[in-house]
Unconditional design. Sequence first.
Length: 137
Amino acid sequence: MNYWLIKSEPSVWSFNDQKKAGFKGTTWDGVRNYQAANYLKQMKLEDHCFFYHSNEDKKIIGIVKVIKTVFIDPTDKEKKFVAVKVAYHKDFIEPVSLMEIKENKEISHLPLIKQSRLSVMPIDSKSWKIICKMGRI
């Protein structure tokens, strides 16, 4: 299994919206950065993704899992970009803020800090476990 982080502005699509969509999931579309799109292409069924609220909150709120691998993004008229489908998996008991991640030396190498504008990024398994522990799950 691979681990990822995906970002959404809560005013556009929040983790609560994702939870309401339930286990049938939703299409993760609208990614228009080539590096982020390449990461979407690498996702496999059942991969887990941290759900990160960007801009307003700047916190990891919970976990979603990939339920459909890469396909052409239906919102892209030129058919250049891709999407995946994700479903709610688990809430964090304690959301993990960007500040907490920056303060933890063991995970200060993450793309979340180094490439803060990237909306989809890989998370190594050691960092995944550390962040899950920080989130009390």
